[in-house]
Design a protein around this ligand. Structure first.
Ligand code: SF4
Ligand code: SF4
Length: 496
């Protein structure tokens, strides 16, 4: 892996000096033929790749009305240029959102507009050459599809949609990304991103039950494949073993236990994550989502609840009903789907949980809004509930909570740097540099309020921060799950 320098944290955030080509070398491993085949994509660059790519672009332009609108409506106002964490962390001008869009826009103009066909130089239209295709592969894998730029664009142009289209085209010509495509293949074959088979999952959950009973003296259950349970919990597979994710899973179990809700996990749908979103493939996204429907039907549950996973909640909240619905066999008194934060928040509001805030008195906590929750979904029934509910749950469990700077939270939140299918070691430089704005904001509350920990409700954010915090002088255990805080504070066996 190439050596790189971690950007310095400054007293105030700074817009970097532009460094053309600074990240031109950054590209993830290309998917092998086997990974491609499992998803129905060609195994290597097809002979007539240019014609295939243009045909695919035409198909997407016809299918998604947003795509031509986004490609036609940019007025080059520049409002988005300094809003992307990858530009702020790398200084590479192709990581400015408008420049990233232009990589595809130039080709769109050449093949799909009158001016581009006849006067390409006048309108900045270019042929789809191998060099352009390589640039796509590099820079469309330097976008985490976080949608921060769209918040600041006066036309609401969503670069994430353009990135998804570009990745879809790349897959169609045989240039898929190894990390995302291999993971989707594992979900189809085994049921989760980690390739964790049912018996291993069962052992893990049994071990968790023993640990929790040893620690608390209470027999909290972590059930698997229990037909007739009320709730099917679908959670990111990282929750089954990685720190700090597993502490969150322990917390969900304690909440269900204390509320007297019978719940279960499923070995068939043992993954909330849906990387079909990242590669822009609705067909693959649908196939992953259908596993959840099948598990819910097979187990006869009445509710589906999602654990702490950002993009999984986006897919669930925005697409689950259209991808895998109707869910008319579930209890109509509950939303389909529900987030574990909504469940816990509701129980707290109703006084159904006893929480001892002093159990978290050794922590001074801030909260990282995860992109897909913040900008692509909601929670509860109020506008902005996705910002309010997690904070209210944290505040119900902790005496010391401090928000980061307002321009780095809520809908303006910065990506952790590892979202959108970029959480892979072959992109470590990008991940570290892309984390800069969030690390800068964290440093401010550490200096000002003595913050010791940052909580999050996204498995990718938690994994990314565990890895990149040390690059910026923090420790990897400073990232925690929100339900880890709940787990610390909840008083078991004292129902009101
Ligand atoms: S969607 Fe996020 S990562 Fe992609 S260009 Fe916009 S700000 Fe950058
Ligand atoms: S803010 Fe919107 S309109 Fe302005 S340059 Fe960026 S994408 Fe184009």
């Amino acid at each position: 892996m190439a050596k790189f320098e971690t950007p310095a944290l400054k007293e105030y955030p700074e817009i970097p000096v532009v460094q053309p080509g600074a990240m031109a070398h950054s590209r993830p491993f290309v998917a092998a033929a086997g990974h491609q085949a499992a998803l129905g994509f060609p195994g290597e660059l097809v002979d007539d790749w240019q014609a295939v790519a243009i045909a695919k672009m035409g198909e997407l332009l016809g299918k998604y009305r947003s795509l031509p609108v986004f490609l036609d409506s940019c007025v080059k106002c520049g409002a988005c240029t300094d809003k992307c964490h990858y530009f702020l962390g790398t200084g590479d001008p192709k990581n400015m959102p408008v420049a990233r869009q232009d990589l595809l826009r130039k080709v769109y103009r050449r093949y799909f507009t009158f001016a581009g066909k006849h006067f390409p130089k006048l309108v900045g239209a270019v042929d789809l050459s191998k060099e352009v295709l390589d640039d796509w592969y590099s820079y469309y894998h330097q976008c985490s599809e976080c949608r921060r730029c769209s918040v600041f664009c006066p036309y609401g142009i969503d670069t994430a949609e353009i990135t998804m289209a570009a990745r879809d085209i790349l897959d169609s010509v045989g240039q898929g990304q190894k990390y995302s495509n291999e993971i989707i293949g594992k979900v189809f074959k085994i049921g989760n991103n980690l390739g964790l088979p049912g018996p291993a999952l069962e052992d893990t959950l049994e071990g968790l039950e023993e640990d929790v009973e040893d620690e608390t003296g209470v027999a909290v259950r972590y059930p698997l494949d229990e037909a007739g349970a009320e709730v099917l919990l679908v959670t990111p597979s990282a929750d089954f073993f990685a720190e700090p994710h597993v502490d969150g899973l322990i917390g969900y179990g304690k909440v269900f236990h204390q509320a007297g809700i019978r719940w279960t996990l499923s070995s068939y749908a043992s993954e909330a994550a849906n990387f079909g979103l990242f590669i822009g493939s609705y067909e693959n996204m649908r196939k992953v989502a259908l596993r959840i429907r099948k598990a819910a039907l097979d187990l006869g549950v009445k509710r589906i609840v999602f654990g702490e996973c950002g993009h999984a909640w986006r897919v669930a909240y925005s697409f689950l009903n259209t991808l895998a619905g109707p869910f008319d066999f579930l209890d109509p008194r509950y939303p389909v789907p529900q987030h574990i934060i909504e469940v816990t928040h509701d129980l707290i509001q109703r006084g159904a949980l006893t929480l001892d805030k002093s159990a978290n008195d050794d922590l001074r906590v801030t909260y990282h809004d995860s992109c897909n929750v913040a900008r692509a979904s909601r929670m509860g029934t109020m506008p902005g509930g996705q910002f309010v509910l997690p904070r209210e749950v944290i505040k119900a469990c902790c005496n010391h909570f401090y928000d980061m700077s307002p321009d780095t939270i809520h809908e303006s939140t910065f990506c952790c740097g590892g979202g959108g299918g970029l959480l892979t070691d072959d992109l470590m430089e990008l991940r570290v540099k892309g984390a800069l704005p969030r690390m800068q904001a964290l440093k401010e509350v550490v200096d000002k309020h003595g913050v010791t920990h940052m909580a999050a409700i996204c498995a990718i954010c938690k994994s990314q921060f565990s890895k990149v915090l040390p690059y910026y002088g923090f420790t990897r255990d400073q990232i925690v799950s929100v339900h880890q805080l709940v787990s610390n504070a909840i008083v078991l066996g004292s129902k009101q």
